[in-house]
Design a binder for this molecule. Structure first.
Ligand SMILES: Cc1cc2nc3c(=O)[nH]c(=O)nc-3n(C[C@H](O)[C@H](O)[C@H](O)COP(=O)(O)O)c2cc1C
Length: 323
């Protein structure tokens, strides 16, 4: 298992993934104090000052938790930076990460050497989102510590490759930490990801249907009611292919028949001046893993359950091998 030192105080090999408009400081704190890794996108705060305030809230809450419960596991926290020229805040937000020595940085879109060096300068760890071999090779050249394999069926800007195929391909040349993302909703799924050779499971959609986050109640209910067939992979909402719930697309006036017809895809035509944030606020994204989600627990309850299912799955397999 190739996992950096900062993960030694976790209870399960699970990262609660960063999600636009959903993950906040509360969710990150609840995840870390439950013993897994908590993360959020810097852009979920409107300004760099607001972002820094969340970092301070998280650092203070985790330090207090560790002081009160020195024997309990407490995961590290991470920040997602969108490294792209269309994000004018990237440099200012990176400076805040360096100032506060944020333990884990998750980069999306660009894997840039300068960012990796800045994070390594204080001993931080960098993981980078990838959907194919080319992205992983570029990330490796930039010196990242790990890659997040965003496979087909993931929430958000999912990849299209089957997780088994993607994992074998990347493992054949990358020897850093490997995280698997896409439709992981139960502890059994986490055990399966480990059995496949991933070091950590990266879970998004499952954590939307949890108490402590910024998602509206109706979004959580829709996830509980949806099944895998309700997930529509389309570029029509924001110009880049992503997975959205059919029910939410219909509520916002999309014609599902047309969306499924590649010839009539309207790249971003639905967008108003409010742009990307407005689109994601109204049209709710989720991965195929919705099938296994039917409740909205607290994060602590969810992590307890994940651990129980994870241990049960491993116990069953171990018994098979030893019997
Ligand atoms: C609503 C939503 C918003 C997301 N926003 C981001 C984001 O801002 N940055 C990012 O790197 N990934 C984002 N993702 C992707 C997740 O970090 C993660 O890769 C994905 O949710 C894993 O698949 P799963 O949802 O099937 O568990 C988002 C996913 C969802 C569902």
């Amino acid at each position: 298992m190739t996992v950096p030192e900062i993960f030694k105080n976790t209870r399960l090999p699970v990262v609660a993934a960063p999600m636009f408009l959903v993950s906040d400081d509360r969710m990150t704190i609840a995840s870390c104090t439950s013993g897994i890794v908590g993360t959020f996108p810097a852009l979920n705060q409107l300004t760099t000052e607001g972002f820094e305030q969340w970092v301070i809230n998280i650092k203070e809450a985790l330090a207090a938790f560790q002081q009160e419960h020195p024997d309990k596991p407490c995961g590290p926290y991470g920040v997602n930076l969108i490294v792209h020229r269309s994000n004018p805040r990237v440099q200012a937000d990176l400076e805040i990460c360096v100032k506060h020595q944020v333990p884990l940085i998750i980069t999306s879109l660009g894997a840039v050497k300068d960012v990796v060096e800045a994070v390594h300068s204080y001993g931080g760890v960098v993981f980078h989102d990838i959907t194919n071999r080319r992205h992983a090779e570029k990330a490796m050249e930039a010196g990242v510590d790990g890659v997040i394999l965003v496979s087909g069926g993931a929430g958000g800007h999912a990849g299209t490759l089957n997780p088994f195929a993607l994992l074998s391909e990347i493992k054949s040349f990358f020897d850093g930490t490997i995280l698997l993302a896409g439709s992981l909703s139960t502890g059994r799924d986490v055990a399966a990801a480990r059995a496949m050779g991933a070091d950590l499971a990266y879970m998004g959609t499952r954590f939307i249907a949890a108490k402590e986050n910024n998602a509206p109640e109706a979004y959580k209910e829709m996830i509980c009611e949806a099944c895998a067939q309700d997930i529509v992979y389309t570029p029509s909402v924001s110009g880049v292919p992503a997975n959205f719930m059919r029910q939410s697309l219909i509520q916002n006036g999309f014609d599902i028949e047309k969306l499924m017809d590649p010839a009539s895809v309207d790249f971003g035509k639905k967008l108003t001046v409010d742009g990307e944030a407005q689109a994601w606020k109204n049209i709710w994204s989720a991965g195929h893993g919705v099938s296994a989600i039917d409740d909205v627990p607290t994060i602590s309850e969810l992590v307890d359950r994940l651990e129980e299912e994870y241990r049960e799955a491993i116990r069953e397999l171990a018994e098979e091998v030893t019997s």
